[in-house]
Design a protein around this ligand. Sequence first.
Ligand code: ASP
Length: 322
Amino acid sequence: MKKICIITTGGTIAMKEDRAAGGLVPAVSGADLAASARGITDWADIAVKEFSNIPSEFMTPERMMDLARAIDGMAEEADGFVVTHGTDTMEETAFLLETVLHTEKPVVLTGAMRGASDLSADGPANLLDAVKTAVSPGAAGKGVLVVMGGRVHAARYVEKMHATLPEAFRSPQWGPAGTVYADRVVWAGAPERKARLHPARLASHVWLVKCAAGTEADIFHAAIAAGADGLVVEGFGCGNVPRGADAGIRDAIAAGLAVVLVSRTAAGSVAREYAYDGGAGSLEDAGAVLGGSLSGQKARLLLMAALGAGCSREEMRTLFRD
Ligand code: ASP
């Protein structure tokens, strides 16, 4: 039987209602969490490691790096890892782990949209599904995965797309990587993998700016004035921005900031479709890096890692291209 280490970080999966406080609060230990997933020991020898018990709103890129180091440090102690995590930033932690981990052993993140004391709590079934996924032979080589609501998602593609429902997690770009059944995981295909980066540290000062109709240059000037290392811009459609933003982005590039352009749409890739200023092509010619189909929040983490690893603009272009 394979050995799986469950690493608990917190999130709603480890919360219960506190009536006096008026809502969910962290309350469930790692051991109790593992015990809640009935039948889990039929699938694997389970070890539990408590990393933290925080809502994932309080996860930071630095904590994510600490988690990556903890997993790599335990890599020889288990055949795979299941990380329980809050759902709010799960896709970001999954993506940063996918970017920086050394180990190629299965790492599967899961959580819950409903607390442990709620009617129809989804945490125990998600945890069981995550363990089934981590021991599945098909998990090999697929990188970091997220298992929620019976679906397996690749870290690169998964997004939380609903605020409260258990089926909140989707991969709008390419669909899920697999489905969990009672007896096994059925895999849909191998997600695309990128080369990993191993920065000693992340560049910490990377801004994420979302464009709206009429966005002006002022916010980009604020990033320059604040001494940002880099900037991720969520443009419209295939990577187009308003005139004022175009001017601000050019100023940021001229000031030495690394600029990555992504799309604010939920799916699809940035592309050189339009010839005028404000289009992705003209911004790429001006020095921006096109961010492929990554969401803004994932592109920001990748830019933090790429800057931390000292990547050149051309290396970043390879890293970000779909
Ligand atoms: N706010 C919670 C968290 O991310 C949401 C959840 O876990 O579902 O920690």
